[in-house]
Design a protein around this ligand. Structure first.
Ligand code: FMN
Length: 532
């Protein structure tokens, strides 16, 4: 029952000096002369989500929410709140529309409109201390799987949950696992499991925050998956630009090994499994499954044609299951609460929740987790608090660089795998970029094309030359050059790139151009006509 003073150490708060806030709070607590038995604990946690309001301090129990805290606020927090039980009013959250003070996490729409399944413990658990994870029920699902379920029953539970991959393509996880088991049965020998923690989409930071803020959740899901698949060796492919994620994951693995949760004879069950971290060097294409495998194997990370699926021939030519960070992190919840429970959250073909990183022209920038199928406007306008200045959003880009831009008129679109594809965009890994009337949609498309042009590995011609040519055409439009016929040519070039590219980097590269042409075609014409 010790009072905890939680100081968010997610990326946004770290950038705003949250470690200095934590040190100042510790010093003020020391100075307050509190009885050693009731001394509050200052705890550095992963991302609390509401990044634009950081540095955040939350007092538990009770959930008092202090925002934009600076080191000089520490004495007031300690004297007024911890010693006298009163709130420091100037640090409380005010509703931007009504100015009403919303003093606790549960009062704030940004939090109470979310459904936190994967992010449940992030922002509360100390990611560097396995005992804190254990105190919050961590590794219970692993014990349940190892001692009350056969590997086959674990696979069946995941199949029942309807869980689909969170890394982009939305492939059913249970079906992928089943495919690898069938290949293993046919071939004999080892099967490998791999975490995709490459997270290269501009504007996306969901997976990084899971790895930094709750590394044991990912590790637990990974071990359960390895048990289901009979894998003895796993790899976590994490981009090198995420040093904190790598540090916390390494520490989590070390602590789990010490407690017998990882390595030989896990918890005395007879099951052996170990994990190694591989750092990606920041090439976006290395998030693609076959490029990722060749990168782990020590060769240049380039995709190969997928005549043979990775579940049959993946890493080292062996049956391999590659899943995204958030996919693995859902597995402990599926085992804890059951596949039927999971399938009841969200909508029938997109079950469970999805974490989004909500960025751009939106008041509450940060991480958001909602059930699949909620309308786009709920995420952007209600949870995100809408566009600054009370304006309407112009477009929301979902699906990363290969996704699409949905206009305001499509604000009621349910955010699930199939509805987004029907609308011409895609779920992708969960990046969500909000734009307002100052954003030029031709420039937005150019930005993503330039990103993909730089990140193309160059192995296939449609992607290497085609994406460059598309970008050149957009450069021309933005300078008032080009004609309506060029717009038609752009569409047929897009189709050729989609059909002819070796991997989905090229295959989906035209998406931002095609959706902006579909929904904002007039803007393209205005560029050509106005500037001539
Ligand atoms: N999946 C990820 O999980 N993280 C990534 O960073 C990532 N980057 C990708 C980059 C490219 C160019 C492409 C084509 C795909 C990328 N993917 C990424 C998707 C993966 O290839 C793969 O579908 C995914 O890791 C499978 O896991 P899931 O079924 O759990 O989603």
């Amino acid at each position: 029952n010790q009072t905890q003073v939680i100081v968010c150490h997610g990326k946004g708060c770290l950038a705003n000096n949250s470690p200095d806030v934590a040190s100042a709070l510790e010093k003020a607590i020391e100075g307050a002369g509190l009885d050693a038995n009731v001394k509050p604990l200052v705890k550095a946690t992963g991302c609390h989500g509401c990044c634009s309001r950081g540095p955040l301090v939350i007092i538990e129990p009770g959930g008092i929410f202090y925002q934009k805290v600076s080191p000089k606020d520490a004495e007031d927090i300690v004297n007024q709140t911890l010693v006298n039980g009163e709130k420091v009013e100037r640090l409380l959250y005010k509703d931007p529309d009504t100015d009403e003070i919303l003093p606790t996490v549960d009062d704030i729409p940004y939090y109470n409109m979310q459904e936190r399944v994967v992010l449940r413990d992030i922002g509360y658990v100390d990611p560097t201390d396995i005992n804190d994870t254990l105190a919050r029920g961590g590794y219970k699902s692993l014990a349940k799987a190892l001692f009350t379920m056969t590997p086959e029953e674990v696979v069946q539970e995941v199949e029942k949950s309807g869980l689909r991959g969170r890394g982009g393509a939305g492939f059913p996880t249970g079906r992928k696992w089943r495919g690898a088991l069938a290949a293993k049965e046919k071939k004999g020998g080892p099967v490998y499991v791999v975490v995709n923690g490459d997270e290269g989409d501009p504007g996306a930071f969901m997976d990084g925050n899971i790895m930094e803020g709750d590394p044991h959740l990912l590790l637990e899901g990974f071990i359960i998956g390895a048990y289901a698949l009979g894998a003895e060796q796993g790899y976590m492919y994490v981009r090198a630009e995420y040093p904190l994620a790598i540090k916390h994951l390494s520490l989590a693995m070390e602590q789990a090994r010490e407690l017998g949760l990882l390595g030989e004879n896990i918890l005395g069950s007879g099951f052996n499994f170990d994990v190694q971290i591989n750092r990606g060097a920041g090439a976006f294409v290395c998030g693609e499954s076959t490029a990722l495998f060749t990168s782990i194997e020590g060769r240049a990370g380039e995709p190969r044609p997928k005549y043979v699926r990775s579940v049959e021939e993946g890493l080292w030519g062996r049956p391999t299951v590659l899943n995204n960070v958030e996919t693995w992190a859902n597995v402990p919840r599926v085992i804890e609460k059951g596949g039927d429970w999971f399938a009841g959250v969200g909508v029938p073909h997109s079950t469970g929740t999805k974490v989004f990183s909500l960025v751009g022209k939106v008041n509450n920038v940060g991480l958001v987790e909602v059930p699949m199928g909620v309308p786009l406007k709920k995420i952007v306008e209600e949870i995100g608090g809408g566009v600054p200045g009370g304006k309407k959003f112009k477009a929301v880009q979902t699906g990363g660089p290969s996704g699409g831009c949905l206009p305001y008129d499509m604000k009621d679109t349910p955010v699930d795998f199939d509805s987004l594809i029907k609308a011409g965009s895609m779920m992708g890994s969960g990046g969500m970029i909000v734009m307002d009337d100052r954003d030029c949609m031709v420039d937005v498309a150019r930005y993503f094309l330039r990103f993909l042009e730089e990140e193309s590995c160059g192995k296939c011609i449609p992607c290497r030359l085609g994406v460059t040519r598309m970008r050149e055409m957009l450069d021309d439009f933005s300078q008032g050059k080009g004609s309506a016929q060029d717009l038609e040519d752009l569409k047929s070039l897009a189709k050729a790139i989609q059909d002819g590219s070796l991997c989905a980097l090229g295959g989906s590269a035209p998406n931002p151009v095609l959706t902006t042409m579909q929904y904002f075609g007039q803007e393209y014409l205005e560029h050509i006509e106005n500037q001539k």
